[in-house]
Design a protein around this ligand. Structure first.
Ligand code: BDR
Ligand code: CA
Length: 312
């Protein structure tokens, strides 16, 4: 079993990743922490609680975190996620809300109270909470087993500017601090996630499972399909954040290359650019960059996992 904390900004693709993790029998989910990103922080925390309720996983605590990036002004991505962050789903007041403890305190407490190398952290949004936690407790970098982050772009180019992917662009200073720290990071960027497309057939397969989590996921995927067709002109939307959960569950579904990843945080033109160095003697580097994702395998995994939703 993987012991996991998920830091996220739901967000329709975060929602799919969360519902998958809630249903996964081989994940021991310690906590969900939330950050402002796709939509403002109050909404990402509320959305995580709504998704937890749909999954009937009130045993997993939700901790709300940073509302603002380290330096930049907050920027949303409501056009890709809906103003409330859950696509077409009407938000409701969840029966159980977030805990009082701040996400940054919770991450430090939960990881530092466990043995070295036993907790994975998945980052599905801007890395603000993680950067703040590393500032407060630098030993966290050695205590975490690995960070598996959705972020960055190399050969695909960006999705928010020519250079930058949204999660890195939204808080480049936080991403810079995380990537400069000794924490091992597996970065799954657009080069890999663009290979994972929610085709109509794949959406139907998930919908047909018929439980509350799979219906919610199918709704999110349909929303993304519509938005992607309208705004980007692609027939099938890429599935970004769930790749991180898929990686934790089945790393063999990805091909990774050792890399040294640096973040451009200063330039106006290339803010949030991920400089992925894979030349020469970076084989000992602490970063891994995803170059290939097995889309068929990932969708099979999502289906098998969601089929177990609600079964404890
Ligand atoms: C990333 O940005 C957000 O809009 C998505 O939730 C995902 O985390 C993709 O660039
Ligand atoms: Ca996200």
């Amino acid at each position: 079993k993987t012991t996991l904390i998920i830091d996220c900004d739901p967000g329709v693709d975060d929602a799919t990743g969360l519902l998958m993790a809630f249903a996964a029998s081989n994940i021991d989910l310690l906590a969900i922490t939330t950050v402002g990103g796709n939509v403002p922080a109050e909404r990402t925390a509320r959305n995580a609680c709504i998704l937890r309720q749909i999954a009937e996983r009130e045993d997993v605590p939700v901790f709300a975190g940073a509302a603002r990036p380290l330096v930049r002004e907050p920027a949303g991505a409501g056009e890709f996620h809906g103003e409330e962050g859950l696509g077409d789903m009407a938000p409701f007041v969840p029966a159980k809300g977030a805990e009082d403890e701040h996400a940054v305190d919770a991450i430090i407490r939960l990881v530092m109270s466990r043995p070295n190398g036993t907790v994975d952290l998945v980052a599905m949004g801007p890395m603000t909470n993680l950067a703040l936690a590393l500032r407060r407790e630098p030993l966290l970098a050695e205590r975490l087993k690995q960070v598996v982050a959705m972020g960055g772009a190399r050969s695909e180019g960006g999705n928010i500017t020519a250079s930058a992917e949204f999660n890195i662009w939204a808080d480049p200073d936080a991403a810079h601090e995380v990537m400069q720290s000794p924490v091992p990071v597996v970065m799954i960027g657009l080069d890999a996630t663009h290979q994972v497309r929610a085709t109509e057939e794949r959406i139907r397969t998930i919908e047909a499972i018929g439980n509350a989590s799979s219906k919610a996921v199918a709704g999110m995927l349909r929303f993304s399909q519509r938005v992607e067709r309208t705004i980007v002109g692609w027939d099938a939307a890429p599935l970004h954040d769930p790749c991180t959960v898929a990686y934790v569950m089945a790393p063999e579904l990805f091909r990774l290359r050792p890399a040294e990843i640096r973040i451009e945080a200063q330039s106006d033109l290339t803010r949030g650019h991920t400089a992925v160095e894979m030349r020469g003697d970076v084989l000992e580097a602490r970063h891994l960059w995803a170059v290939k994702a097995d889309a068929e395998g990932i969708f099979d995994l999502i289906g098998e996992t969601l089929a177990n939703a609600g079964v404890k």
